[in-house]
Design a protein around this ligand. Structure first.
Ligand code: BGC
Length: 808
């Protein structure tokens, strides 16, 4: 069952009922100001930091879910309804939500009156613009009262939900013209305020929540819009809001626009006041003036469109399967950009007050956007490297505002350093910019302890070599990629964090996954060492990788698949000897991606085991059998009920590793089958099972051991976006930047018969025609009419247009 459809030409997902199984959201903003917006107008906005500069309130876990947000109540001759359906939930004659690239449009119609709201954050502004367009399609004049409503957050979103003894006395507002200014704490140390204005003279306003709602009422039935009269209330402490009452009179057929601006403004300390105790409103006035008419909103929208077309034009495809095209052209790269902007901070599953930026998460996210915004990727790599410790290890997280390592979480996740190599490799292969390797970068942000980026990468690589266990495999530390496989933790205290609690000292627990990752990263490492002019590291890297691959063959192979780990006691994890957790997905995907076992048939056997043991109609589960009880020696993974999250859920991040691994064996059908099982556009048709947005990846789909098998959780901010993009673009379509050229080696399923791809890389444009004859013969590549030996298309000069034809 579907709840909408894709409009590919407009690059929009169109939701046709407000009653989706879960709020289906979108993101506004691409620079410093962001909003999360659901299909009924719910959500919130913030400037730069979702915790510390939160403009509007949001209640996670509220009931009804997704209450609040940006509300427009229409009082149409005594009947009150919302174009977004919620929060009043009066029945609509027509409803539609269009989530597009950086904007959302929600339209409702009732009794011949249509109301369409366009929400966007214009480029270069710190504001959400809400344009309400009312159209009278009936044959009679309509007198409509519009009541806007937003509720301010007192800036620090965590404090706002906890520190009531202070906060309930703090709230302050100013009202000037048609704008409400939220100036809480402006009297003291804040030099910023928020504002909500409209480009029409209001008949009234409210700024005090209690006055607007009345006793005991919720968002669905506030007194003011139902009574049809604002109270001109002034917030003093308690909960400041902003609401305008605007009177609109529409002749039959007439249409009118109102433009609301919800913004953030900062003043230099010396220009804080325009009169004693009166906030300087100049920056807000300038922004309000800019959006004084509707044409400015159209212009902003055109600007956004150009911005996104420019970015997404980097890679475009056309095939006979529109579901593939819409993932590759629009939704997968869009999600990667959102993940770049927000890391794991603010979604409908991440509260915006929790984690900082993950070291490994950020490195992997980069794989999905490096071709779209290479300059920003460069900056990101240098920021991440600057949090590294001198011994090559890494903070597990860092804070986006300060860019410093997060002491609370600390370090000890032994896969982390290797991801930095993967990120740097992806960047240099994409751009050819070797100069990044020469950049001076501090360790742990200490300006007195610096080295080149290459030296950072060298220490990352050597960190693994210096931390090997009894079998010559890498020590796992607190955990590897799977944050929940905590082999040294032994936690028995309720509520204790598995990631930060004191671990047992031990040098026994080893990770086969990190071994695979090491060999995988070694390919990038040797390439980077060559680029940096370090022949000794090229040689060392290659021989260390060979030794590691041999250690995996000797001690990391269980007979039919790769082992997962050795635990604190030296016992096997992910082995047929185990009662539960016999086969894990991560080492199968990663080791084969790294090329381990390709020559001796183990790779194929491992992937056949994945097929036999982990494959389900909803994707590949993380391991089998699921753990049915808590094991202190395994940690958090066994804390989840079977089938959820890391305990045998379909953890979408890991599936593309197996997809890529299958392409290494040339098994295009299987690769595509796995990719499409979790690709959101392919899951659209059973949205009632999947339940989350059919246009973006979720972190997890409940596995077959779970009662809610097939149901997704944690959409948007997940490494699944980047890895799935890598899988489809670079390994199924097979177009990937390598050191000396663009590899064009598709590994397609038979039904994708004709595929055209346009890929910009290093300033040149490659027009690639893939003809899939399905013969199984090696691909034949011609470049501008000349047959190539092999599949590596040499990089062309910037500005060149290269015609590539591939017969597979
Ligand atoms: C974390 C990742 C981790 C994954 C698997 C995610 O929640 O952000 O860093 O690799 O879970 O445990």
């Amino acid at each position: 069952m579907r709840f909408g459809h894709f409009d590919d030409a407009a690059r929009e997902y169109v939701i046709s009922t407000p009653e989706t199984p879960h709020p289906w959201i979108n993101y506004l903003g691409a620079e410093e100001f962001f909003g999360l917006i659901s299909h009924t107008g719910g959500g919130y906005c913030f400037h730069r930091d979702a915790r510390l500069r939160r403009l509007t309130r949001y209640r996670y876990n509220g009931l009804p879910t997704d209450g609040g947000g940006r509300c427009f109540y229409l009082n149409d001759g005594g009947e009150v309804w919302c174009p977004t359906w919620a929060p009043v939930r009066a029945p609509l004659d027509r409803y539609e939500c269009r989530h597009g690239l950086g904007y959302t449009m929600i339209a409702g119609e009732r009794d011949g009156l249509t109301a369409e709201i366009l929400y966007l954050v214009p480029l270069g502004t710190n504001a959400e613009v809400h344009r309400l367009r009312l159209r009278n399609r009936s044959g009679r004049r309509r007198e409509v009262q519009v009541f806007s409503l937003i509720e301010f957050c007192l800036w620090d979103a965590l404090d706002d939900q906890t520190n009531y003894q202070r906060n309930l006395s703090l709230g302050e507002v100013e009202v000037a013209g048609s704008t409400v200014y939220h100036v809480t704490e402006y009297r003291e140390r804040r030099n910023h305020y928020a504002f909500y204005g409209v480009n029409a003279p209001p008949a009234g306003y409210d700024t005090d929540r209690d006055a607007f709602f009345g006793p005991g009422r919720g968002w669905d039935h506030p007194e003011v819009p139902f009574a049809g009269a604002a109270r001109n209330s002034r917030a003093s402490g308690w909960a400041p809001i902003a609401s305008h009452q605007v009177e609109v009179s529409l002749a039959p057929g007439q249409e009118t626009d109102l433009v609301f601006v919800l913004g953030y403004a900062e003043n230099p300390p010396e220009e804080k006041w325009e009169a004693p105790g009166v906030a300087n409103k100049a920056p807000a006035r300038a922004l309000l003036a800019r959006f004084a008419d509707s044409a400015a909103v159209d212009e902003a929208r055109a600007g956004l469109k150009a911005y996104w077309e420019g970015l997404l034009g980097t890679c475009r495809m056309r095939s006979n399967d529109p579901r593939v095209d819409r993932m590759v052209n629009t939704w997968n790269p869009y999600q990667c950009m959102v993940t770049f902007n927000l890391s794991r901070s603010a979604s409908y599953f991440e509260s915006g007050i929790g984690r900082g930026m993950g070291f490994r998460d950020s490195c992997q996210d980069l794989l999905g956007f490096v071709h779209l915004v290479p300059k920003r990727a460069r900056e990101r790599i240098l920021d991440i490297a600057a949090t590294q410790f001198p011994d090559g290890s890494a903070y597990h997280q860092y804070q986006p505002l300060t860019k410093r390592g997060n002491h609370d979480v600390g370090s000890g996740f032994n896969d982390d350093p290797l991801w930095l190599i993967t990120a740097a490799g992806a960047y240099v292969r994409e751009t050819g910019d070797h100069s990044i390797l020469e950049e001076t970068v501090p360790f742990d942000n200490d300006p007195n302890d610096t080295a080149t980026l290459f030296e950072h990468l060298r220490r990352s690589f050597h960190f693994t070599l210096e931390n090997l266990g009894p079998h010559g495999l890498p020590l796992i530390g607190r955990a590897d990629w799977n944050d929940c496989l905590n082999l040294n933790c032994f936690s028995t205290t309720p509520g204790e964090s598995f990631q930060t609690t004191q671990n047992r000292a031990g040098r026994t627990a080893e990770s086969v996954f990190i071994a695979g990752l090491f060999v995988h990263a070694a390919a990038d490492y040797t390439g980077l060492a060559r680029a940096a002019g370090k022949p000794e590291e090229v040689e060392l890297g290659a021989s260390a990788a060979a030794r590691m691959a041999a250690a995996v063959a000797d001690h990391g192979w269980d007979g039919e698949w790769f082992l997962r780990a050795y635990d604190y006691f030296g016992d096997k994890v992910g082995s047929r000897e185990c009662a539960q957790g016999q086969v894990f997905i991560e080492p199968q995907g990663m080791c084969v991606m790294a090329g381990i076992g390709l020559a001796d048939g183990r790779a194929a056997r491992a992937l056949d085991t994945v097929r036999a043991r982990l494959d389900t109609p909803h994707g590949l589960v993380l391991h089998q059998p699921a753990y049915t009880r808590y094991h202190p020696e395994l940690g958090e993974i066994t804390s989840y009920p079977p089938g959820y999250k890391e305990n045998a859920g379909v953890f979408c991040h890991t599936n593309p590793w197996v997809v890529i691994a299958e392409t290494r064996l040339g098994r295009g059908e299987r690769a595509f089958e796995y990719w499409s099982k979790i690709a959101p556009a392919f899951r659209e048709e059973f949205s009632e099972v999947h339940r989350l947005e059919p246009y973006v990846y979720a972190q997890m789909i409940a596995g077959r051991d779970a009662p809610r098998y097939g149901e997704a959780k944690n959409s948007w901010l997940t490494g699944s976006a980047a890895w799935n993009l890598v899988a489809i673009n670079q390994h199924i379509l097979g177009i990937r930047p390598e050191w000396e050229g663009l590899r064009v080696a598709p590994c397609l399923p038979a039904h994708l018969a004709e595929v055209e791809v346009e890929r910009r890389c290093r300033g040149a444009a490659y027009r690639i025609d893939i003809v899939n004859c399905g013969t199984g013969a090696a691909p034949q590549v011609t470049v501008d009419g000349h047959l190539l030996e092999g599949t590596l298309v040499p990089y062309a000069a910037p500005g060149a247009v290269v015609a590539v034809r591939v017969e597979v």
